[in-house]
Design a protein around this ligand. Structure first.
Ligand code: CA2
Length: 141
């Protein structure tokens, strides 16, 4: 199972700024924990502050990987281009957010990703990513 975690603008500041909203852990530290938790999953991580680079990564991984966990950050609420790329690729995308965007400003209630996503997980802090990975794993009842 191959899963890409794709983070958008300013998420490189996690653990360094606004800990009251986004927590105090860096994403690199959290990613190391994810790798040890999901040993059978080939996890790839990429972050960019540039809209076009996020689209390029969706196209690059979106025809060969089993899943993409996407936090497009502020582009979630603005980017028709990222929404179109999610629609255009074959790999299912789970949209994640650290914060509960519906509890925040109204402009964060809109997502250009959600209509094309397999599902959305938000408001669980960094655990949102873990829950998204788990959603891709086979579970037998
Ligand atoms: O809650 C989320 O995951 C968001 O995608 C985070 C975005 C925000 O624009 C979305 O509405 C919700 C912002 C990411 C900025 O990350 C920072 C991390 C640390 C310090 C400052 C910004």
């Amino acid at each position: 199972m191959k899963i890409l975690i794709l983070n958008g603008p300013n998420l490189n500041l996690l653990g360094k700024r606004e800990p009251e909203v986004y927590g105090s852990q860096t994403f690199d530290d959290y990613f190391a924990k994810l790798q040890s938790k999901f040993k059978d999953v080939q996890l790839e991580y990429y972050q960019s502050n540039i809209e076009g680079e996020i689209i390029e990564k969706l196209q690059e991984f979106g025809f060969s990987y089993d899943g993409i966990v996407l936090n497009a950050a502020a582009y979630t609420h603005t980017s028709v281009g990222i929404g179109d790329a999610v629609k255009a690729i074959k790999t299912p995308v789970v949209e994640v957010h650290i914060s509960n965007t519906h509890k925040r400003e109204e402009f964060r209630h809109v997502s250009y990703i959600s209509p094309a996503a397999k599902g959305v997980i938000l408001g669980f802090g960094l655990q949102s990513y873990e829950l998204a990975i788990m959603s891709f794993l086979e579970v037998s009842a």
